[in-house]
Design a protein around this ligand. Structure first.
Ligand code: ATP
Length: 289
């Protein structure tokens, strides 16, 4: 299976933060969700992939090409959607579109006009007068109108109402029907990813915790709820993260088969949601820090 993005031993240090030796393949033809708590390093990683900031070490390849040496060619094939605006504030939507379109050889104006109507974007409105959600809709209309092979989206749904959010997720699922197209999608909204993601990359404190198919996560992890008397020192070691209250506990185990064998008859065993996997992993990391 080919990869659309590849990070090899990438590091990036700021004063008080480091992305540490990140090696990561992102698969072509799939939707990959990037999750992690505030300040985990998601935006920094995306900006490095886009070539907007440079890594200190390691290399990044997009479509098999070095992301700095071949930056122009690569950018032409990427649709980038983020809640930071890269547009001129004083021009209208239509003028901005006319500025952007010539940069993309694959620009399809009919497609753009269709999205403009579907997203209720007023061509005469100035960029600075668009709401946060409307700016994201404009970015998305542009990204979907130039036949981008890769959509990279940094928290695109954060400013969107729930109705459009759903519409957008449907558009993304449709986009991916063409097996050569790929999406990397960073979000705090794990239910969006429960709906549409194929792969999940989980990052915490600048480290990759996993890069895995969503389905295999539910085969690997187990959420256990039970009475505290079940927890002795050895048993506690099995938990990635644990929360105790009163007489009971709830915790996450990363070896599902072993957890089920031990707790099957004495506790409640469930498949965790992505949010629960994230919560207990971060909590466990904090406890061991
Ligand atoms: N230019 C910079 N100079 C110094 N520190 C920075 C810079 N950019 C980012 N950081 C730090 O790097 C860390 C990771 O930030 P980043 O924006 O990548 O995280 P994130 O996972 O996208 O977070 P969020 O979910 O809150 O958007 C943070 O601690 C941030 O303060």
């Amino acid at each position: 299976m080919s990869t659309v993005i590849e990070l090899n031993h990438v590091t990036k240090s700021y004063d008080r933060f480091e992305l540490k030796d990140i090696s990561l393949p992102i698969k072509e033809g799939y939707i990959t969700g990037l999750i992690g708590p505030n300040g985990a390093g998601k935006t920094s990683m995306i900006k490095m992939i886009m070539g907007l900031i440079s890594q200190d070490q390691g290399d990044i390849r997009v479509f098999g090409q070095n992301n700095h040496h071949e930056q122009a060619a690569i950018r032409g094939r990427i649709g980038y959607v983020s809640d930071e605006s890269f547009y001129y504030e004083n021009v209208t939507v239509k003028q901005m579109k006319n500025i952007i379109a010539p940069f993309y050889p694959g620009w399809d104006n009919d497609t753009y006009l269709r999205f403009q109507e579907q997203f209720k974007l007023s061509p005469g409105k100035r960029i600075k007068d668009l709401s946060k959600g409307m700016k994201i809709k404009f970015s998305l209309a542009v990204a979907l109108s130039h036949g981008a092979d890769l959509l990279i989206m940094d928290e695109p749904t954060s400013g969107l109402d729930p109705i459009f959010r759903r519409e957008m997720l449907e558009l993304l699922s449709e986009h991916i029907q063409d097996e050569k197209k790929s999406i990397l999608f960073s979000t705090h909204n794990t239910t969006d990813l429960d709906r549409i993601a194929d792969y999940i990359v989980f990052i915490n404190e600048g480290r990759i915790i996993f890069n895995e198919m969503k389905e295999s996560l539910s085969e690997r992890y187990l959420l256990v709820k039970g009475g505290k008397e079940l927890l002795d020192r050895d048993v506690r070691q099995w938990f990635v993260g644990l929360r105790e209250n009163g007489l009971g506990f709830e915790g996450l185990i990363s070896n599902r088969a072993e957890g089920e064998r031990y707790f099957r008859d004495t506790a409640i065993c469930e498949t965790p949601t992505l949010e629960e996997i994230m919560y207990y992993t971060v909590k466990g990391d904090e406890a061991h820090a």
